[in-house]
Design a protein. Structure first.
Length: 247
């Protein structure tokens, strides 16, 4: 199921954040969005999940068609979000729930699934992210990397069409970042449909099927990963070099 954006525009206090963004994000691929700070990467991701609402443009995912110039019903928002699960920088786990209860929450309250089935599936998703010994641990007892892996398992439990990741390792130190990157690499190899905003350019090279380079709210590159890293475009070359210097 292709996710398509057509001429999407978003402003903040009259300042353009996204300008005429049109792209197709294909099923079964890992699409990585990169660009300098303030380029609109996170805004684009949040527009896909309707956490930000553009002023103009359209979004289509299967039979869901949204015209941003018109009022969007809560029913349409809920339907889209069931198909576009977001993983944030700061985990957003419920502190009063254990790891397995955090993963169970969405399927129980949103999808209305049976509790016995949901618990078994939640444990399977925690196993998938390497947390088979942490089912009953509360977030305060988990490292940052472990909390982020719980957040990934929680997103997987909703069985969305697309997984959206907004700088999922930016709050982690390098050792804990590696834990999360290994999980994301495994998911990419399983051909899940993922859209990933990241500052880790080496990881992008490793997992991305496709790279989108944003600058000043505009798409300056959209194509295969190998073409991006072999680009002769001076701006892209400077951007890649600048991130390598930060490592």
């Amino acid at each position: 199921m292709t996710l398509e954006l057509q001429e999407v525009n978003k402003t903040f206090a009259g300042t353009p954040a996204l300008e005429d963004i049109s792209l197709e994000i294909r099923n079964g691929e890992t699409t990585v969005i990169v660009g300098p700070s303030g380029s609109g990467k996170s805004t684009l991701l949040r527009c896909i999940n309707l956490l930000e609402i553009p002023e103009k443009g359209k979004l289509q995912l299967g039979d869901i068609l949204i015209n941003f110039a018109e009022k969007i019903s809560n029913k349409t928002k809920q339907k889209l979000r069931r198909n576009t699960a977001m993983v944030f920088q700061d985990f957003n786990l419920f502190s009063h729930l254990t790891a397995v209860e955090n993963v169970m929450e969405g399927p129980l309250t949103v999808l209305k699934q049976e509790k016995s089935t949901v618990r078994q599936r939640a444990q399977e998703f925690l196993d998938m992210v390497g947390l088979s010994d942490k089912y009953d641990s509360f977030p305060a007892r988990l490292s940052g990397g472990q909390q982020q892996r719980v957040a990934i398992a929680r997103a997987l439990a909703m069985e969305p069409q697309y997984l959206l990741f907004d700088e999922p390792t930016s709050a982690l130190d390098p050792e804990l970042e590696i834990e999360v990157l290994r999980v994301l690499q495994r998911l990419a190899h399983e051909r899940l449909s993922m859209v990933l905003v990241t500052h880790n350019i080496d990881f992008a090279r490793l997992v991305a099927d496709r790279v989108i380079f944003l600058e000043d709210g505009k798409i300056e590159f959209d194509g295969p990963t190998a073409e991006f890293f072999a680009s002769k475009n001076e701006r892209i070359r400077r951007f890649i070099h600048s991130l390598k210097l930060e490592v």
